[in-house]
Design a protein. Sequence first.
Length: 322
Amino acid sequence: MIKSVAMIVVPGFSVFEVATVIEVFGVDRSVRGSGVPAFDFRVCTTEPGDVPMKSGLSMRVGLGLDAAADADLVIMTPFSRDEDVSESVLDTLRAAHARGAWVMSICSGAFALARAGLLDGRRCTTHWHYSRELASRYPAALVDENVLYVEDGRIITSAGTAAGIDACLHLIRVEFGANVAAGIARDMVVPPHRDGGQAQFIDRPIPACGSEPMEELLQWMVRHLDEEHPVNELAARVHMSPRTFARRFRSETGATPAAWLNSQRVLRAQQLLETTDLNIDEIARESGFGHSVLLRHHFAKVLDTSPQSYRRTFRGHLAAAV
């Protein structure tokens, strides 16, 4: 379980990505009663002192790379891809992986992991601007440019800027469970789980629609997931013909009513698997699928995993120990 976190910064680092890591791991929320632990958080660099940012500012860093020697999680922040990364940074990343620590990169930080050889044969990602360059320079890395982050083994790589938040919260979710991740997300006023183009574990919040009646209808549908919703009846609730309604629904949600309902039922099942001890049959009824066979079918279709595997992953180590 993660207790200590070391973040590596090098000259030319980006303020935003560094700040998001600090916000997730460097703020003590343990006294707020939400179950979020306090992390031993350290910022380190190759030569302690003032480290320039790419914005023209600088940050004083008092710790050298030895501060990462026993960290449970080592995070490589973004840097200029044209700049050489010192061998000491690469050795620090290699040593962290060799001892079984988590290793994470934000945005272009993936280039340091690739130079260290940690991405050879692994799925990974970076900002889409740089993904083809990463794949070209490091052909042994399996680069996916269509995702927000990738976990492969104990290595996590994320895309740019806000995707770093998603990667950090994903790791919190894996290590400590969904409730702890949600507690941090609430403080940060961000979604507790956003997984972009990744097939597994995608979150589908209710979209903001262009019309108030349609948005109210979506909210109503979510409150009645356990009911059947024929298109004729839905159209009548918003005073449209079935044909007009079907066209408007797809234009505002990107899906048919049936597909959208199933995605919301899967999302509800995810939440129940993460936060309750209900069995699969009970979750199937609560989420609107009715039968566990249908729940398993749609769960596998949307998330490419089983409800049981999802629960084992996202209840976290704390829940598994209960």
